[in-house]
Write a protein that binds this ligand. Structure first.
Ligand SMILES: Nc1ncnc2c1ncn2[C@@H]1O[C@H](COP(=O)(O)OP(=O)(O)OP(=O)(O)O)[C@@H](O)[C@H]1O
Ligand SMILES: [Mg+2]
Ligand SMILES: [Zn+2]
Length: 544
């Protein structure tokens, strides 16, 4: 029977683990000195060796060798490798999430090992446990019997309660550097008698994005059905077939404004298990490639693609307006940026598709600035306002090289632009500052709390988070400054919820005022957009 390469090949001893030397050193040392911890937490990107290392540690704890442990040879090592060793229990928390499963585990912990020295429980995807199950687990983690070791593994450590974190020794698995991956794959190929060129391995490593499993899986599919050498072209052909083609098609649907078709197509792609955030990045990359083939005479030098794929890109770029490509890049990179904070990145991606399909003109109609508040106070009132809230609506996210969504095109089309609504104008309802008055609120803190709660109530609300700031809290109102009209509209749609949540965290009902940030209303000159794109892409984009 055929077995995928990454199943066929799994490190049997610590020396074979790639790119996690910092972890291997600690574990080897603890095994040698008998000072292992009773609970470990292995976290990090998928496919970097967490489960593999957990099994190695389980072997190390039960290995019969006198020398280096695990030896990979003794009966215990062999039995653990085959999954037939009674004292190593692997639990997939994704399918055993409940408190009953954990109770069962607690029962079994009471019995000492049947065959080995140490009973090892490997709980994979531990972030999937329910709160109740976590609580039940805590009791066991607190005081496990001498003969028990727990190894918890997860890709999403931020979802674990602090109580669990504090009881485990945490080890962070890193993405494996490309050079290490190339060397590792090259050794595996040599051992298995597979002939793959160095260039081919380099491209595979670049596409594995630090995951050994992904690297092996690409390698595997390039090898399939070939008995001679695997070359760079083979790899490019394979990668092209699984990625570029889809993006060409999706971009085409968006160009033709076929929203429904595009969203259905997307859901089919995601069903295949593609990661949404990665998909956004890759699609942005596709638009970048379109930009390059449109403006460069010899894009081959920077694209690292097969000639066939470049030709396909050329054909698509030819039917797209520079403006479409520009909008695609801006929209997708800003969505990628927001998606980093979101628990529901897929909604963002769908939203991006809808917006791209609509094109600039219709977005405007959707986002008529009904909400913009225009007090008649002079602009310099800002500095006179006695509210110590943040006045600069800076994005709270750590800056990623993504420019804001391009400025709305209202002015171009002659829509009226309201006067700068000065936030926190010295309105009569601003109180003098004594403790407990509105001035003592920490707007940023409250805003964060609002979204922590809000996300539970309504998944889509966090779209507002990065593009709007709570800029002041007054006696009867609070002011939300939005970066663009689209976000303003979303805030308006969520008015009840936002008002309710602000009330919850300030102890009093206040009405929301939505104002548009100054920067959103100044039309960005084309040169500025081009400069932002140049910055983002690392190439020169010129305005024609
Ligand atoms: N650091 C590594 N060194 C060598 N091979 C590795 C490494 N990481 C992963 N692999 C390969 O990928 C396969 C899967 O790895 P493993 O199950 O340990 O990943 P993981 O980190 O547990 O992933 P996930 O988060 O998806 O559970 C292994 O069988 C092995 O072939
Ligand atoms: Mg795993
Ligand atoms: Zn052994």
């Amino acid at each position: 029977m055929y077995r995928a390469l990454y199943r066929q090949y799994r490190p049997e001893v610590f020396e074979e683990v790639l790119g996690q030397d910092h972890i291997v050193r600690i574990l080897q040392n603890q095994i040698a000195t008998g000072s292992t911890s009773h609970a470990y937490l292995f976290c990090g990107t998928r496919g970097t060796g967490k489960t593999t290392t957990a099994r190695l540690l389980a072997k190390g704890l039960n290995c019969l060798s006198e020398g280096q442990r695990p030896c990979g040879q003794c009966p215990n090592c062999q039995a653990i490798k085959e999954g037939s060793f009674l004292d190593v229990i692997e639990i997939d928390a994704a399918s055993n999430r409940g408190v009953d499963d954990v109770r069962e585990l607690r029962e079994s912990v009471k019995y000492p090992p049947a065959a080995g020295r140490m009973k090892v429980y490997i709980i994979d995807e531990v972030h999937m446990l329910t709160t109740e199950a976590f609580n039940a687990l805590l009791k066991t983690l607190e005081e496990p019997p001498e003969y028990v070791t727990f190894i918890l593994a997860t890709t999403e450590v931020h979802k674990l309660p602090a109580t669990v974190l504090s009881r485990c020794m945490r080890l962070d698995f890193k993405r494996v550097p490309e050079a290490v991956l190339i060397k590792g794959m090259s050794d595996i190929c040599a051992a298995l008698g597979i002939n793959v060129t160095e260039d081919a391995l380099r491209i595979i490593a670049a596409n594995a994005d630090g995951s050994v499993r992904d690297g092996l899986s690409i390698l595997d599919q390039c090898i399939a059905g070939r008995d001679e050498q695997v070359t760079a072209d083979d790899v490019l052909e394979f990668l092209g077939a699984s990625g570029a083609e889809d993006f060409l098609e999706l971009t085409d649907m968006v160009r033709k404004k076929r929203t429904e078709e595009a969203i259905i197509f997307l859901s089919r792609l995601l069903e295949d298990g593609k990661d949404v955030r990665q998909f956004m990045r890759d699609w942005t990359g596709h638009y970048r490639n379109l930009l390059l083939v449109k403006y460069m005479r010899n894009p081959e030098t920077v694209l690292g693609m097969s000639a066939e794929n470049i030709e396909r890109l050329r054909r698509q770029a030819a039917v797209l307006e520079p403006e479409d490509i520009n909008r695609g890049i801006m929209e997708l990179s800003s969505m990628s940026n927001e998606a980093r904070w979101s628990t529901q990145p897929r909604i963002l991606l769908e939203l991006a598709i809808v917006r791209l399909c609509m094109g600039a003109g219709q977005i405007r109609e959707l986002t008529e600035p009904r909400f913009v508040d225009t007090p008649a106070s002079p602009p310099d009132a800002v500095s006179a306002a006695p509210v110590p809230a943040r006045t600069v609506p800076a994005a709270p996210a750590p800056a990623a090289p993504a420019p804001a969504v391009p400025a709305p095109t209202e002015t171009e089309q002659g829509a009226p632009i309201p006067a700068e609504p000065v936030q926190a104008a010295p309105a009569p309802d601003v109180l003098a500052q004594t403790p407990d008055t509105p001035g003592s609120f920490d707007c940023e803190d409250i805003w964060n709390k609002v979204f922590e709660d809000g996300e539970e109530e309504k998944g889509s609300i966090y779209i507002i988070r990065n593009s709007a700031q709570l800029t002041s809290i007054e006696e009867k109102n609070f002011t939300v400054t939005v970066n663009n009209e689209f976000i303003g509209n979303l805030a308006e749609k969520n008015r009840k919820l936002l008002e309710h949540l602000v009330e919850k965290h300030t102890g009093k009902f206040r009405t929301m005022r939505i104002v548009l940030a100054k920067s959103a209303r100044e039309e960005k000159p084309a040169e500025e957009i081009a400069a932002a794109a140049s910055d983002l892409l690392g190439i020169k984009v010129e305005v024609k």
